[in-house]
Each structure stands twice: as C-alpha cells, then as structure tokens.
Design a protein around this ligand. Structure first.
Ligand SMILES: [Zn+2]
Ligand SMILES: [Zn+2]
Length: 318
C-alpha cells in the first residue's frame, strides 16, 4: 500500500472496514457477507461528498452514510451506482435526500427491472406462506419464508433520480472524478469511477481481487476489452467490487481469469457444459479464490454467451 494509506475509523459495529487510500478518498470493504456483500467508496470532493455504491442492505447503507459524516465531515451529496446488481444498490434508500443519486442510463433500465423482480419475489414469499402445499413444493420452510419476508419488508428499492450517457466529470473544490461507462461487461452496463490526479480506480464488479469474478448478464468478450482499456489508465490503486484494494493486478487477474475460461471451454460438448463444475477441475491458480461456487456457473455462462454470439453471427451471415 502507498504511503498515503492510513487507517480510518468506521462507525462502531459497522459491517464494513474503511481504508484511506489517499487523503479524502476512502474504500469501504465488506466485512459481513450478509449485510454488505460488496465494496463501496467515499470520496471528499472538497465541497461535496460522493458515495460509490451502497451495499446490499439498508442497514449497511445507513452506516455508510454515517461513515461519510465521520470521515469527511458532511453527509453525502452525490451517490453513484456502478451497476444494477442488488449488492451495490439496495442501500440506495438511505440516500434519497441526496441531490444526485445517479447511474448510467442503461443501468437505470436494468435496475428498474431488477427492483421489480425483487418486489415480485417478496410478494411470492408472502403467497407461499399462505399456501402450505405450494410452500412445500418450493422447498422453502416456513421459517425461511418468514426470514425472507422480514428482511425484504425493510427494503424500499430506490432508483437513481439522474441518469447519464457517456463519460461524466464531477468537479469539486478539492478534486474531480470521472464516471466512465463501459457498456456491457460484468453486467448489462458497468460504470467505473476514475480519479485522474491520484490515479485511483473504483471498478465495481468489472474487477475483483482474491475472488472469482461473476459472469452474469454481461458480455465477457467486451469485458476483456474493457479491462485492457482500464489497464491503459495505469492506475496506482484499484478498488475492486469485491476483495481488498489492489494495484493494476486486480485488472490483470480478472483479465487472466476470463481468458482461462475461454481456454478451458474451447470445443466443449453439450454434456461437458451441463456438468461444467465436475468435468473440469478447478485450475490451481483459482483454488485460493473466494466464492469457489462461481467457477462452474462461470464456465456454463461463458459457453452460453459464446453460443449466443455464434448464433447471432450465423443469422446475420457473418
Ligand atoms: Zn457485486
Ligand atoms: Zn455485480
């Protein structure tokens, strides 16, 4: 870590730990998989405080808000979501009084749909609780349903009130930051936050450190290209979406992982795809990564993306 690193004080009993990666620039690392799951950032712009991503629970979001006061001396004014996944956005409701709650335009569409699905799942849990035979078929116990309903009842999915397209720079009296939309990478739309003077990059889930990345609704080919674009920034510090702060290594390691998926799955049969987590032993380089359950999922997801791209090429005559 650079000599600008210094410990910072998180709120008492916070489910995250904070680290000052430069004066006035803080990373908040998940220290509780249930409460936070992902990382966030707090950046003092001088006259305003910006939050990047809001954790997965309102309780953690509230403590992140409190951390802004303790670390920057003011409540947050600007909140940015890197992408639409719940582990980066369900804390939004704690920031509704911020003047700017922002995300990229496509992210906004995806978040709207994801929040609708969250609300529908909550309604389904309530329905199952009133229908024991359907609950039995779902495989969920009454206790599990009650727990899910109890947790979901506290959540009021909150969409950003501003969306943007293309790079956007926010100028403060102390520093400026640039939001860089990358298109579909890890998700259907990902945005990173870049501090050009300090050369600090907050990546959301476009990069992870010490974790398996997670292939979801994005486009892995474009993701690889985006990582190459970000490596050209030559960041001094990378704050990933999951895991602790890193250097450009977090970008390189994620890039290497995605390339390894391509190598491992080249020429796979349908049966091999269906048994992805068993037919293909985990490469030694990945054995120490957190979230090992992601490996089989990622193999299957990668092959599905490749086949979909191949079908599109065939249909378009390419
Ligand atoms: Zn995440
Ligand atoms: Zn994600």
């Amino acid at each position: 870590m650079s000599d600008t690193s210094a410990p910072a004080s998180p709120p008492p009993s916070a489910p995250f730990v904070t680290e000052q990666v430069a004066p006035g620039v803080f990373a908040a690392y998940s220290d509780d998989a249930d409460a936070c799951q992902a990382n966030s950032g707090i950046i003092d712009l001088g006259d305003r405080t910006l939050v990047f991503d809001t954790f997965v629970t309102p309780a953690a979001g509230a403590q992140l808000r409190q951390a802004c006061v303790e670390l920057t001396g003011r409540l947050p004014d600007v909140v940015v979501n890197s992408h639409h996944h719940l582990d980066h956005s369900l804390g939004n409701q704690e920031f509704v009084d911020c003047a700017l709650l922002m995300c990229e335009a496509r992210t906004h569409e995806l978040m709207h749909a994801r929040f609708d699905a969250f609300t529908a799942a909550y309604a389904e849990c309530r329905r199952l609780l009133d229908d024991p035979s359907a609950a039995a078929q779902s495989g969920l116990s009454t206790h599990e349903l009650q727990e899910q309903i109890r947790a979901a009842a506290l959540v009021h999915p909150t969409l950003p009130n501003v969306s943007f397209s293309g790079p956007l720079t926010l100028h403060g009296t102390r520093r400026h930051v640039t939001l860089v939309p990358l298109g579909a990478c890890h998700s259907g739309s990902d945005t990173v936050l870049w501090l050009p003077f300090e050369r600090i990059l907050f990546t959301g889930d476009v990069a992870v450190s010490g974790h398996h990345p997670w292939l979801t609704d994005g486009a892995t080919h474009a993701w690889v290209s985006a990582l190459e674009q970000l490596k050209a920034y030559d960041p001094a510090v990378v704050i990933p979406g999951h895991g602790r702060s890193s250097s450009v290594d977090a970008l390189q390691d994620t890039w290497t992982y995605l390339h390894a998926l391509a190598d491992l799955t080249r020429g796979w049969s349908t049966a091999e795809v269906e048994q992805a987590s068993t037919v293909q032993p985990m490469p030694a380089a990945f054995e120490r990564l957190a979230s090992p359950e992601a490996f089989g999922h990622n193999l299957r997801r990668y092959v599905a993306q490749r086949r979909a791209a191949s079908t599109r090429d065939t249909e378009s005559g390419r």
